[in-house]
Design a protein around this ligand. Structure first.
Ligand code: CDP
Ligand code: CDP
Length: 211
């Protein structure tokens, strides 16, 4: 039986942390859909093609393989910015839809996180969460993460990149980042990770028990 949890929200809000922990807690599978767009963006950067080349980005999306998702350079800021550029292309998004939809419907339950999961990929998800936090808190979290990995960046640079990416993701014509009408909002600005997880488990438990 399938049971789908859709999680959306802006950059570094804690979506992945909550999604992974929910998947562990309930025994569901987890898909980080941002990785798909990051991998496409990375391939465009590696090929030194302009981030406006839709035909090339589409080819990269169509050829995406599992090993492309396992690279260790998908989490840096350059890749995130490239991901947001290719994610604004309707053809690229279309090429990635069927994989995400079938993942969502797999037996045993699935959690997916991204920007359009509750609105486009799984409009009928059993549970929808919109995880957010203030810009400053999110930039601080991402800055800490990047610094810990040895990335020589500043808080100001991370904040500026995060704001630009959120604006691009929210304003694009295709599948913009928006809270679905039936999504439960979790603002993690002042929450620890365990508080955020407890809030998410609480919401899912209400529906999962009766599913
Ligand atoms: O997936 P998304 O980009 O939304 O965020 P994430 O990668 O799950 O979280 C970004 C960082 O914030 C990670 O280092 C988390 O450990 C940290 N964090 C969090 O996720 N939730 C909190 N309530 C506090 C910190
Ligand atoms: O972890 P973080 O929130 O910083 O980013 P991500 O979830 O890995 O997503 C990277 C980029 O991919 C986003 O800025 C979006 O442009 C795009 N994305 C999307 O358009 N739709 C999704 N379902 C997931 C990601």
């Amino acid at each position: 039986m399938s049971f789908t949890v859709a999680i959306d929200g802006p950059a570094a809000a804690g979506k992945g942390t909550v999604a992974r922990a929910l998947a562990d807690h309930f025994g569901f599978a987890y898909l980080d859909t941002g990785l798909l767009y990051r991998a496409v963006g990375r391939k465009v950067l590696d090929a030194k093609q302009p981030l406006t080349d839709t035909a090339f980005a589409l080819k990269m999306a169509q050829e995406l393989g599992e090993s492309d998702l396992l690279r260790d350079d998908l989490r840096n800021m350059e890749t995130a910015t490239a991901a947001s550029a290719v994610a604004a292309m309707g053809d690229v998004r279309k090429a990635l839809v069927s994989f995400q939809k079938s993942f969502a419907k797999r037996d045993g339950g699935a959690v997916l996180d991204g920007r359009d999961i509750g609105t486009v990929i799984c409009p009928d998800a059993d549970v929808k969460l919109f995880v957010t936090a203030s810009e400053e808190v999110r930039a601080e979290r991402r800055y800490k993460e990047l610094s810990a990995k040895g990335d020589d960046t500043s808080f100001e640079a991370v904040l500026a990149a995060l704001k630009a990416r959120d604006a691009q993701d929210a304003k694009r014509d295709v599948a913009p980042m928006v809270q679905a009408d039936d999504a439960v909002l979790i603002d993690t600005s002042t929450m620890s990770i365990s508080d955020a997880l407890a809030a998410a488990v609480d919401v899912v438990s209400k529906t999962y028990k009766s599913a």
